[in-house]
Design a protein around this ligand. Structure first.
Ligand code: ATP
Length: 429
């Protein structure tokens, strides 16, 4: 699947047509594979008012032998935004970053920085000539240089006075003016990271790349630095791409999140969007705990083994899906389990995980399948107890097509496809 190239500025603006959504005009159940390119998810191309494109990839591919590390990547990053690229180990995040930085040459496709082609179309601008800064995981500070010297390292070509002014500006931005004469080994992990950030920002790059920027920090510091780094990038107004395998980090700091899988882009969009309305089962499962509850679409509702959900609470479920079966995506906080007499129970508790503020129960449904329910830590249900399970979500549920009604009303094999976008305008930018 190629990535959505569009920004998603408003949750509920614009319109998407049947063609955008891939919905068949003849009443057939839309096949997710039929969605149109290059804006397969029905999100409109952002207007110029929403920002200029600072970085773009068009059909970028990079293989190592038979391994496709980056496969037909198409993506735009807008001026001043922070895009987080997230995905499991080996999905191609670092390769993507290296392709942008000029540390790898693409086999195909075009990379543009600030409108200029830096790779592809027969040309290749080497890393040192690209207007791109990189903050590496290990910070890579020069141990024999002070904070100020590290920050000023890339400013050799500037007159002395200008260089000093820029260094002071950056030290002020990252809150390290008082540590200007300290050496890296005299600084904390968080301070070293801010020096690395200041050093990369000093030459005013068009695009700043961050490679797992918080991986070397302990858990407490990592959370604090996420906020700090986000604030510094915002203050600097720089366009940034940050790669991580940490879903929470990607969702918490990104203006948009790009989810990668097997070298390709699965989905790009605002964090809330990709979390609540994933377009593939992979994205649904990668960004958080996900269970899939099968249900039959019957007129006004989707009927499942644990009860019905009104069709208008099922995001974008069009009339063309009537009488088909779908999988509702439910996360642990969308469901509640309640002890129930054997005869009234939907299943029984097979697992209990204490997570501090919440307890997560795994419930094996009598009707097949397992769901997870998050409860307050004060509630206790015994393992093995029969329970009824209720939908308690206060938001629309996402879903995926499972089968389509055949001519004889029977079901065709399950489709592990993506949910098409609703056609009532909720997805267009
Ligand atoms: P991680 O989160 O573990 O760092 P990643 O998402 O950054 O992973 P990449 O490092 O981009 O993934 O690697 C993508 C694929 O390309 C992997 O299968 C990897 O083994 C392969 N790969 C990356 N660099 C090279 C290389 N120089 N030579 C051969 N294969 C490589």
């Amino acid at each position: 699947m190629s990535g959505d190239d569009s920004r998603d500025p408003e949750p509920d603006g614009g319109t998407a047509t049947a063609a955008d959504t891939g919905a068949g005009a003849d009443g057939d159940v839309p096949d997710p594979a039929d969605r149109t390119e290059p804006y397969p998810h029905g999100w409109a191309r952002p207007s110029a008012a929403e920002g200029e494109v600072a970085l773009s990839l068009s059909g970028v591919t990079k293989r190592f032998g038979a391994t496709p590390a980056a496969e037909d990547l198409s993506l735009s990053v807008y001026e001043g935004e922070l895009l987080t690229v997230v995905g499991p180990s080996g999905c191609g995040k670092t390769t993507t970053l290296r392709l942008i930085a000029g540390l790898e040459r693409p086999d195909a496709g075009i990379v543009r920085v600030g409108g200029e082609v830096v790779a592809g179309d027969g040309g290749f601008v080497p890393a040192e000539e690209r207007d791109v800064g990189v903050v590496f995981q290990e910070f890579a500070l020069f141990p024999h240089m002070t904070t100020a010297e590290n920050v000023g390292f890339g400013l050799d070509d500037r007159p002395q006075a200008e260089r000093e002014r820029r260094v002071e500006e950056l030290l002020d931005l990252v809150g390290l003016s008082a540590e200007r004469d300290a050496y890296p080994d005299e600084l904390s992990g968080g301070q070293q990271q801010r020096v690395a950030l200041a050093r990369s920002l000093a030459p005013e790059p068009e695009v700043l790349l961050l490679d797992e920027p918080f991986a070397n920090l302990d858990v407490d510091l990592r959370e604090r630095m996420r906020e700090e780094v986000r604030a510094i990038l915002r203050e600097a107004g720089v366009t940034a791409v940050s790669v991580t395998h940490d879903q929470e980090e990607a969702l918490s700091i990104g203006d948009r999140v790009a989810v990668m899988h097997d070298g390709g882009l699965e989905q790009v969009g605002r964090p809330e969007r990709v979390f609540q309305h994933p377009e593939s089962r992979f994205v649904a499962g990668f960004l958080g705990h996900a269970s899939f509850v099968p249900g039959s679409v019957t007129g006004e509702a989707v009927e499942t083994a644990i009860g019905g959900v009104s069709a208008d609470r099922v995001y974008g479920l069009g009339p063309e899906y009537e009488w088909s079966t779908v999988d509702l995506l439910v996360r642990p906080d969308d469901l509640a389990a309640r002890p129930a007499p054997e005869g009234d129970a939907d299943g029984r508790v097979v697992g209990r995980q204490f997570l501090g503020a919440t307890v997560k129960y795994r419930v094996e449904l009598d009707d097949d399948g397992v769901v997870e329910c998050a409860h307050n830590h004060t509630e206790h249900i015994e393992r093995g107890a029969p329970v009824s399970v209720d939908f308690v979500a206060d938001h629309d549920l996402a879903w995926f097509p499972r089968s389509r009604p055949g001519a004889d009303g029977g079901d065709s094999p399950a489709v592990d496809g993506a949910r098409p976008e609703r056609d009532d305008g909720h997805d267009a930018g």
